[in-house]
Design a binder for this molecule. Structure first.
Ligand SMILES: C[S@@+](CC[C@H](N)C(=O)[O-])C[C@H]1O[C@@H](n2cnc3c(N)ncnc32)[C@H](O)[C@@H]1O
Ligand code: SF4
Length: 408
C-alpha cells in the first residue's frame, strides 16, 4: 500500500468489529488479501510497504508465514465474535512486495490457513504476484499443486533501457520463460506493464506492448508511472537527472495500449486493466471496486467489512510483536458514514466497464449525464440504457468524470 495510513480511530487490541460490520454481510462476497512485505531490492519508483533484508530490524522472512497464519486464525474468531456470518473466500490474492521471494511451501502454508480458517469457495480465484526473477518451473508447479490458479508477473517493460531507468533487476528475456512455465503448471497469467517512464518513447512502449501480447496472457494491467513522494525516482526528477513524465505523452501511451490490446482481442474492464474475456477479469480487484468485503493479512494491509475499514501496523517487526503477543495487528480504523460510502461507490464503479446505474446517482450527478455525453466522456448509448460507461477520452479523464458525477 502506498503512502501513509489514513488518520482513523485507534483499533481495539482484540480486533472486534462494531455491529454495523455484519449488516448485509451475507449478500457480499468475501476475499482475502495476503501482503508479503519483502523485496530483494527496492525499485526506484516504488513506495509500497515492502522491505529489503537490511531494513527488517531483526525479523526474519523465514518466520513470516507462521506470523501471518496467527493473524488468519485470529481473524476467523474475530469475525465470528463480531457476528459476521462465515463466508468462504471467493478470491485470495498474495501481493507485495514480492510474495515469491518466500519458498512456495510458505505461500502454501498461508493458503492452507485460509482454507481451514474461512474455507475457499469452489472455483475461487487464487492469485500471487511474482517478480520474473524469483520463480522457476518447479516453483510454479508447487503453487499450482497448493491451489493457486493465477500468477501476475511484474513485467513492466520489454526494453532494457526502460527497465534500467525503473531499476528493475529482471532480464526481459526471462518473461517468455516464466509465462511458459506458468502455463505448463496450468496457471492463468497476467502481466503488469508501466508506461511513461522518463526517456521512454512511443516506439519503446509499442515494443513492450507487442512483447506482452506475444506471450498471450489472459490479463494485462498497464499503469501510468506515478512519481511517488519520497522515492528515489522523485529525487532524481527533482534534481533534474530524469525528466518528469509528460501528461500528453502519457495520454498517447494509453491510447496506443488500448488500440493494440483491443486489436489483439483484449477488452478493457477497468481503466488500467484488460482481459481476454469476462472470465479472465481479476475477480479479486473487481471485488474492491464493487466495495465487497475483504480481510487484508500482513504488515500495512487494509481490510474492509461492511463499511468498517482498518489497517495494520506497517513494519514487519511491529506486526510480529502484535501477532506473537496474541493482539490484533490493526493500527487504526474508521467506520465510513453513508456520504463517504457513496463517494467511494461512485469513485470506484465509474472506473469499471460495468459502470454505475444512472438512476443510482444523486440528482446532481444525473444532471451531469447529458453534458458528459456531449463532452465525449461517457458513452451515449450506454447512458440511454441506464449505465455510465466511460469512453476512451473518459478513461483518460476518469477523475474529472467522477468529480462531475459527485458535484454539488
Ligand atoms: C507489488 S508489485 C508486483 C510484484 C513484484 N513486486 C514486481 O514488482 O514484479 C505491483 C505492481 O505495481 C505497479 N507499481 C508499483 N509502483 C508503481 C508506480 N509508482 N507507478 C505505477 N505502477 C507502479 C507495478 O506495475 C508492479 O508490478
Ligand atoms: S519488486 Fe515490486 S514491490 Fe518490490 S520494490 Fe519493485 S515494484 Fe515495488
Amino acid at each position: 500500500m502506498a503512502g501513509p495510513h489514513p488518520i482513523g480511530d485507534p483499533a481495539p487490541l482484540d480486533g472486534l468489529l462494531p455491529a454495523s460490520a455484519a449488516v448485509g454481510a451475507a449478500g457480499r462476497d468475501f476475499g482475502v488479501y495476503l501482503h508479503v512485505p519483502f523485496c530483494r531490492v527496492r525499485c526506484g519508483y516504488c513506495d509500497f510497504n515492502t522491505y529489503t533484508a537490511t531494513e527488517l530490524r531483526g525479523v526474519k522472512q523465514s518466520d513470516y508465514s507462521s506470523q501471518a497464519v496467527l493473524e488468519i486464525e485470529a481473524a476467523g474468531r474475530i469475525l465470528q465474535d463480531s457476528g459476521v456470518p462465515a463466508r468462504a473466500a471467493a478470491t485470495v490474492f498474495f501481493g507485495g512486495g514480492t510474495p515469491t521471494l518466500l519458498p512456495a511451501a510458505h505461500l502454501a502454508r498461508m493458503l492452507d490457513a485460509v482454507r481451514s480458517g474461512w474455507g475457499i469457495a469452489a472455483g475461487a480465484e487464487v492469485t500471487t504476484e511474482a517478480n520474473p526473477d524469483s520463480v522457476d518451473a518447479d516453483y510454479l508447479a508447487q503453487l499450482a499443486d497448493a491451489g493457486f490458479t493465477r500468477v501476475s508477473f511484474g513485467m513492466q517493460s520489454a526494453v532494457p533501457r526502460v527497465l534500467a531507468t525503473l531499476e528493475r533487476t529482471h532480464d526481459p528475456e526471462r518473461v517468455p520463460l516464466v509465462v511458459g512455465w506458468a502455463r505448463e503448471a496450468g496457471l492463468d497469467v497476467s502481466l503488469d506493464l508501466i508506461y511513461g517512464t522518463p526517456g521512454e518513447t512511443l516506439f519503446d512502449w509499442r515494443t513492450s506492448l507487442e512483447h506482452a501480447i506475444d506471450q498471450a496472457p489472459d490479463h494485462l494491467s498497464a499503469y501510468s508511472l506515478i512519481v511517488e513522494d519520497g522515492t528515489k525516482l522523485a529525487r532524481q526528477i527533482r534534481r533534474g537527472e530524469l525528466a518528469q513524465p509528460d501528461e500528453d505523452l502519457q495520454a498517447e501511451f494509453y491510447e496506443l495500449a488500448d488500440e493494440l490490446l483491443g486489436r489483439a482481442g483484449y477488452g478493457w474492464y477497468e481503466v488500467s486493466n484488460w482481459a481476454t474475456d469476462a472470465a479472465h477479469r481479476s475477480r479479486h480487484n473487481l471485488a474492491y471496486w464493487r466495495s465487497q468485503d475483504w480481510w487484508g493479512v500482513g504488515p500495512g494491509a487494509h481490510s474492509h467489512v461492511g463499511g468498517v475499514r482498518w489497517w495494520n501496523v506497517k513494519h514487519p517487526a511491529a506486526y510480529a510483536d502484535r501477532v506473537l503477543a496474541g493482539h490484533s495487528p490493526a493500527a487504526g480504523r474508521e467506520t465510513l458514514d453513508d456520504a463517504t460510502r457513496e463517494v467511494e461507490r461512485v469513485l470506484l464503479l465509474t472506473r469499471i466497464r460495468e459502470g454505475i446505474p444512472v438512476d443510482s446517482l444523486a440528482p446532481q450527478g444525473r444532471r451531469e449525464v447529458a453534458g458528459l455525453i456531449a463532452d465525449g466522456l461517457i458513452d451515449g448509448r450506454a447512458a440511454l440504457s441506464g449505465t455510465i460507461e466511460l469512453t476512451l477520452r473518459g478513461r483518460l479523464l476518469a477523475d474529472a468524470v467522477v468529480r462531475r458525477l459527485l458535484a454539488d
